[in-house]
Ligand binder design. Structure first.
Ligand code: FAD
Ligand code: SIN
Length: 404
């Protein structure tokens, strides 16, 4: 006998999109959340740079919109971008209300009210013309997962099932989604989960590439399930390569956040030549696709296996305080920034396309909503602006709540 479960809302995935959706809906009905591995395991958990959100007097919505459109190379949906940028600040406030601790500008200010976004330390990354990225040092995603999971654990309306991998969507004869079939990898059994509303929040697909910044869960399951159910997918040709993943001959890699270049680190060839000024007026802070292509070109033209990131513009004290996780990972591999240059190469990082969603997070199938990296909202065009992904997941999980 196949076990059957019934709930009001079924959530597939426990990254920022799935957790925010579950948390907002838990007071309104029974939520079942399935996730492939441990509760925190997700691309979200490894996010370093932070969440882009207009938060200072010098910045403006228009500036964030224009930076997003420019990075997207003419292929963004401008209306969706405008909504994203405007919806961001109140939803970032909500994250703070849920207990996410972003880094503040002064050590004393550990408790800042959500109304005081300007008191947070703002990072800068490629393609941004202002400092506007809220972060928790270089561990932003882990902090977001911690806070959201703390809020959800033990909630009486939430059934949280780890090690349950959704395999296929349940589609009834009227082409309405009525849940999903999943594999319990501990019990080694297939189970049926029925629900009035299902949210697809299964994240990205970096692991289909040999070299990627993504963890093992990111195998594009959501896109595959939706495709098999006959749903449209779009822009999957726009896979973003992050310019700076750690280069190790063993292939053991991890991300070196773009925020490091936001603090004046520069790229150099193995022979020491700084090359980015020859490619773009923003040099090392050009949009991500331009920097990744420039590195690839330099490596190919010179037959080099990697380039270097020179962080020596930062003091050792500043580097240790701002980038503790990156420092530890580099040290574990025998590299000691900011003194040592960090060997880096581009790696598959983010899927700009996915399962087609309208601006209310609805798919073409009644009963099925989509949010986060698995979705295609048209916001990112051909190349996502740094730190707009957590923001999009936040905005679209909220829109999914309203639609649900
Ligand atoms: P995820 O966080 O990936 O969550 C997907 C969830 O679905 C996981 O829990 C997974 O286990 C589960 N899942 C997958 N398949 C199944 C299945 N078949 N059944 C059940 N569960 C399943 N973006 C930014 O904006 N700022 C950053 O600083 C930033 N840094 C990044 C650093 C790294 C190293 C990486 C890899 C990405 C980074 N990104 C960043 C991108 C961003 O983290 C992701 O796009 C975003 O977190 C996606 O959130 P999500 O909720 O859609 O998916
Ligand atoms: C980074 O920290 O460089 C990653 C940011 C992102 O993917 O948006």
């Amino acid at each position: 006998m196949v076990e059957e479960y019934q709930s009001d809302f079924l959530v597939l995935g426990s990254g920022i999109a799935g957790l925010c959706f579950a948390l907002e809906l838990a007071p309104k009905g029974r939520v079942t959340l399935l996730t492939k591995k441990e509760d925190f395991e997700s691309n979200t958990n490894y996010a370093q740079g932070g969440i882009a959100c207009v938060s200072s007097a010098e910045d403006s919505f228009e500036s964030h919109v224009q930076d997003t459109l420019r990075a997207g190379a003419g292929l963004c949906n401008e209306e969706a971008v405008r909504e994203l940028v405007k919806d961001g600040p109140p939803l970032v406030h909500q994250l703070i209300d849920w207990g996410v601790h972003f880094t503040t500008t002064s050590k004393e200010r550990t408790e800042v009210s959500p109304q005081d976004l300007h008191l947070y330390d703002l990072g800068r990354e490629g393609g941004h013309s202002h400092r506007r990225i809220l972060h928790a040092k270089d561990l932003t995603g882990a902090e977001v997962e911690r806070a959201l999971l703390d809020c959800l654990r033990g909630h009486p309306n939430v059934t949280f099932l780890e090690h349950h991998t959704a395999i296929d969507l349940l589609v009834d004869e009227d082409r309405v989604c009525s849940g999903a079939v999943a594999m319990d990898s501990f019990g080694e059994e297939v189970k049926i989960f029925r629900a009035k509303v299902t949210l697809l929040a299964t994240g990205g697909l970096g692991r289909i590439y040999l070299h990627t910044t993504n963890p093992a869960i990111a195998t594009g399951d959501g896109v595959a399930m939706a495709w098999r159910a006959g749903l449209p997918v779009a822009n999957l040709e726009f896979i973003q390569f992050h310019p700076t993943s750690f280069h190790s001959p063993s292939g053991d890699t991890f991300l070196i956040s773009e925020a490091v270049r936001g603090e004046d680190a520069i790229l150099r060839r193995i022979d020491g030549e700084a090359f980015m000024k020859g490619y773009h007026e923003l040099a090392d802070l050009a949009p991500r696709d331009i920097v990744a292509r420039a590195i690839d070109t330099e490596m190919k033209n010179h037959g080099h296996p990697h380039v270097y990131l020179d962080c020596s513009a930062m003091s050792p004290e500043f580097f240790a305080e701002r980038f503790p996780a990156i420092q530890k990972l580099c040290n574990d591999h025998g590299v000691y920034p900011p003194h040592d240059w960090i060997p880096v190469v581009p790696a598959a990082h983010y899927s700009c396309g996915g399962v087609v969603s309208d601006r209310n997070a609805c798919t073409a199938m009644p009963g099925l909503l989509v949010a986060g990296e698995v979705g295609h909202t048209g916001i990112h065009g051909a190349n996502r602006l740094a730190s707009n992904s957590l923001l999009e997941a936040l905005v679209y999980s909220h829109r999914a709540v309203l639609s649900a």
